[in-house]
Each structure stands twice: as structure tokens, then as C-alpha cells.
Design a protein around this ligand. Structure first.
Ligand code: SF4
Length: 225
């Protein structure tokens, strides 16, 4: 029987061969990555991208401007990314936090050790585990595996058993069985998201053309290999 490390590595290689490098996270600055991580909560990337572009056009993608902009104006600009009133509060809470605790210097926040950074991020209004880990991995470049519903869906369908549906359980599965490597975690998470968005879709997944179909319990049943 294959070890979990071999199995997870095999999945990674297949996804990489199939989809190629994803070059995540699409963001030109740490502030842009953080704002994108908040905006993507429950929203698709197309919508997030639209909001980010509007923020850029209005010269708002810096902490000082985000702290000072009116709630109404910010909400209007990020409208495409749904839950825009809540997300306005979240973005502003982040900007205020960095000014209060780090004198407005995002680098001062991000250069802490991984666990302290993660804990501090989780203490900020509107930042949950997935968003915190997006920031830790893609902005601070520290090795943490990001879990989302896409990842859970693929793992569950493949038949990798986890004790419960909790975020940490899935995260532990990857982090206990793969080398702690920022590039690997970056690419692996991006590939899982790409695969779930294009092949392993929520309903009617395209198992016939899936690169995992011979090792996936759902796929084997679905196409009767
Ligand atoms: S074989 Fe089907 S269910 Fe399994 S990972 Fe591929 S698309 Fe998803």
C-alpha cells in the first residue's frame, strides 16, 4: 500500500502535468494579496479581479487609503465581490489593525514567525482560517497548507479518509505528509483549485478526462474503469 506521502505526491504530479504551473497568488503587493484574500471569501476570482482593478484605478490599494476611505465608497467599489458591506468592514479592520499594532507597516506584521502571524491574523475581524492561511502562504511566504471547499471535495471524492470535516484535519493531512515547502504548498493549493473549478466540478464532474480517474473512488465508480 502506498504511503500517504507517495499518494499525495502522485496527485500533485498528475495535477501539475495536466494543468501546468498556476503562478499564484495573482497580486502585485502584499496589500493587494490581503485584500484579494478577503474579497475571495465566497466569491469567484473574476468578481474579485474586477473589484481589485477598481480599487487600483482609485489609488486605494494601500493601507493608508483603505483606512481613510469612506465605507460607502469602498463598498461601492467592491460590490462585484458579494457581501460587500461585510467585506468593507473586514478590509478596514485589517488596515486599522496594521496601523494600531505595526505603525502601518505590513512588513512588520508579515515577518513574524509563522505561528505568531497566524494567531494575530485570526484575531482580526473577518479573518478566518482559510483567509489567514492565504495571507501566511501567499503574502508572508511561510509554509502552511491552505484548505478550502475545493480541496475537501477532491479529497473526499478520491476517498482519502479524514476523521472529520474540520479545517485543521485536512490541513494536518497535507502538512504531516509533505515536506514543508512554500513553493510546493503554493502550487499544490492552486492546482487543486484549478482542478475543482474546471474538472472536478460540484455537480457532474468530468471524470472521463480527469488525470486522477484511475486512483479516485468516485471516478472509478462514475466511469466504471
Ligand atoms: S475522477 Fe472525477 S471525482 Fe475523481 S477527482 Fe477526477 S473529476 Fe473529481
Amino acid at each position: 500500500m502506498k504511503s500517504l506521502n507517495t499518494f499525495l505526491t502522485d496527485i500533485y504530479r498528475r495535477l501539475l502535468n495536466h494543468h501546468g504551473h498556476q503562478y499564484w497568488w495573482p497580486g502585485e503587493s502584499d496589500v493587494e494579496i490581503v485584500v484579494g484574500a478577503i474579497l475571495t471569501q465566497g466569491a469567484n476570482w473574476e468578481a474579485v479581479s474586477k473589484s481589485i482593478n477598481l480599487l487600483k484605478q482609485n489609488n486605494l490599494l494601500n493601507l493608508e487609503s483603505l483606512r481613510n476611505v469612506g465605507d460607502k465608497q469602498l463598498a461601492e467599489l467592491i460590490k462585484a465581490s458579494i457581501y460587500f458591506n461585510q467585506k468593507t468592514k473586514k478590509i478596514k479592520a485589517f488596515a486599522h489593525h496594521v496601523f494600531e499594532k505595526h505603525n502601518g507597516d505590513i512588513n512588520n506584521l508579515l515577518t513574524q514567525d509563522k505561528d505568531s502571524l497566524r494567531m494575530e491574523l485570526l484575531s482580526i475581524y473577518g479573518i478566518g482560517e482559510e483567509t489567514a492561511d492565504d495571507i501566511v502562504l501567499y503574502s508572508a511566504q511561510k509554509p502552511v497548507f491552505v484548505i478550502d471547499n475545493y480541496t475537501k471535495r477532491i479529497l473526499n471524492r478520491i476517498g482519502i479518509s479524514v476523521e472529520n470535516e474540520r479545517y485543521q484535519t485536512y490541513q494536518k493531512l497535507f502538512m504531516d505528509n509533505l515536506d514543508e515547502d512554500v513553493s510546493l504548498f503554493n502550487e499544490y493549493h492552486a492546482l487543486l483549485d484549478e482542478h475543482a473549478a474546471t474538472i472536478c466540478t460540484k455537480s457532474n464532474p468530468f471524470c472521463e478526462k480527469c488525470c486522477l480517474n484511475d486512483i479516485c473512488l468516485f471516478g472509478i465508480k462514475n466511469i466504471d474503469i
